[in-house]
Design a protein around this ligand. Sequence first.
Ligand code: AMP
Ligand code: MG
Length: 299
Amino acid sequence: MDEISVGLSTWKTELWLAARLPASAGTQAWLRDMLTTEVSALDELASRFRHDSQLSAVNRAAGRWVQVSWEFIAVLTASLEAAAATDGLVNPLLGTHVVAAGYDEWADQDSGITAPATTCDWHAIEIKPGQPAAQVRIPLGSALDLGAVAKGWLADRLAQIVHASTGADCVANMGGDLRVISPGEPWVVAADAGREETHMELDDAGLATSGIGHRAWEGGHHIIDPRTGRPAKTAWDSVSVLAGTAAGANTASTACIVIGDQGPRWLADKGLDGWFVGPTGERLVGRWQQLRHVDAARA
Ligand code: AMP
Ligand code: MG
């Protein structure tokens, strides 16, 4: 079987989707349509850089109920699950803090805005079911940012759609949050920590890398510690995690950046595998040591 892939450069990163399908103009176009349609749908739902996204509508109306689609609820629910799984280390209500830290569309630098000293309790997000739309209310003074979970969520979704509709082995990589569904023959993917890579063969798994390097600026970076409302004082430049899904891997990798030197213990307690790279060295958790050996033997 051939291996075809399509890529897209957006969200300040690279997205790609690959599948073992017969190479033809038709399958290539189908895969490309799938990627561009799903990416633009998620952008319309959850981008904080778009005035017309559902997320922007919810943020503008903080304290009031806002009608949203069930697709929006799906992404929000994934973010609430991430918050629950990390005791709020991954918190969907850091919108104002991320902007105050300087991560805005045009300017990746200190914004001059003071971040609210406290962060909002994500438990206070309310969802009211309804048909055909649902409603959401976030606490007054808060703002959603679903950036941590959205890419992993989309990687899982794209891989599931491609696999379910064709039966083909496939990989969706949304800027380093990736999902493999490849029961036919394992797929070799790489965790990329900037200076170095670890390759691994996966059949059904998620892999994510969170780092401060690629979205950092003088005095700050893009991962917020919800306990302080400021960019996390982390021990790591990058954390890669292997888990069952891309969303799960991404949740854990973001949480590990936030908790810094406690990260390896936290990840080991969750039974996950990880690679922590910091200025003074690295830590390998779970099966990562073994992955490294297999990778070295293959090279
Ligand atoms: P990632 O690239 O997956 O590590 O996600 C980082 C992105 O999630 C940032 O660019 C922010 O938009 C958002 N974010 C930053 N810190 C947090 C946090 N502690 N919890 C949830 N989202 C966050
Ligand atoms: Mg991520």
